[in-house]
Write a protein that binds this ligand. Structure first.
Ligand SMILES: NC(=O)c1ccc[n+]([C@@H]2O[C@H](COP(=O)([O-])OP(=O)(O)OC[C@H]3O[C@@H](n4cnc5c(N)ncnc54)[C@H](OP(=O)(O)O)[C@@H]3O)[C@@H](O)[C@H]2O)c1
Length: 230
């Protein structure tokens, strides 16, 4: 990926998103564009027009786009924590998980995938979560988040198949960042888990982005570069 091409990070206000921007800066990328609800233009996953306008902003730069990285996500809010049992399932909370973790990234793909460089390697990657793997589900719970990340995985996989026909140089990936210090993970950090700093996680993600190739499109990566079964 040429260092003067555009690299886009959506969710630039988040722990992992902001650390990835720092890592890309450290690595010498010169045209890094971060989007969040507070950026200008702002990008709100719940507002399709804001996603379209953000993509238009990038397109108007007329510089090849090598990377579109989605670092957004939702797990809990002031009213709800992830469900411990099916008895906790709540329609509004489940909808919010799907709006932010599935429909938002799907709209990002709708407007940003056409911008990916066709002449050289380019990447769309979305941060998923290992708990979205159905084959890896050993503990249960977290119905809405698990199901939304599984749906996100399916959408990225589906886009990877379409992109093989539209842009053979484009790679579509899902990435599990590990357990990383952030607002999103704070209530769930346990002492026995290996908790990474956002900077550590961003470096691992950067290595995956740099080493992946066309044969890897449609894959789900763990932070350490190993592939996760769907
Ligand atoms: N941290 C972990 O241990 C861990 C583990 C597995 C997977 N993940 C995944 O990693 C990703 C990044 O999470 P993080 O740990 O860096 O958490 P974070 O610091 O809380 O970042 C979440 C990001 O999502 C953005 N976001 C939420 N709702 C949005 C909306 N409606 N429109 C636009 N942006 C919105 C936030 O923007 P605002 O600042 O505007 O709220 C923020 O930039 C998520 O997909 C998460 O599921 C994290």
């Amino acid at each position: 990926m040429k260092k003067n091409n555009i690299v886009v990070v959506i969710g630039s206000s988040g722990s992992i998103g902001s650390a990835l921007i720092q890592e890309l800066t450290n690595q010498g990328f010169q045209n890094i564009i971060g989007f969040s609800r507070l950026s200008s233009p702002s990008l709100d996953l719940l507002n399709e027009q804001s996603i379209a306008q953000s993509a238009e902003f990038v397109k108007n730069k007329n510089i090849p786009v090598s990377l579109v990285f989605d670092a957004t996500g939702f797990l809990y809010d002031d009213n709800h924590m992830p469900e411990k049992t099916y008895k906790n399932i709540d329609l509004s909370f489940m909808k919010k998980n799907f709006e932010i973790n599935v429909m938002g990234p799907a709209l990002i793909m709708k407007y940003f995938l056409p911008l990916l460089d066709c002449d050289e390697k380019s990447i769309f990657a979305s941060i998923s979560a290992k708990v979205g793997s159905i084959s890896d589900n050993r503990y249960g719970g977290w119905y809405s988040y698990r199901a939304s990340k599984a749906a996100l995985n399916q959408i990225v996989k589906t886009a990877s198949i379409e992109m093989k026909m539209k842009n053979k140089n484009a790679i579509c990936l899902c990435i599990h960042p590990g357990t990383v210090e952030s607002k999103l993970s704070k209530p769930f950090q346990k002492n026995d888990l290996k908790i990474q700093s956002p900077q550590e996680s961003a470096l691992h993600i950067y290595k995956i982005l740099m080493t992946s190739s066309a044969k890897d499109t449609g894959c789900f990566y763990n932070w350490d570069g190993k592939k996760i079964e769907w």
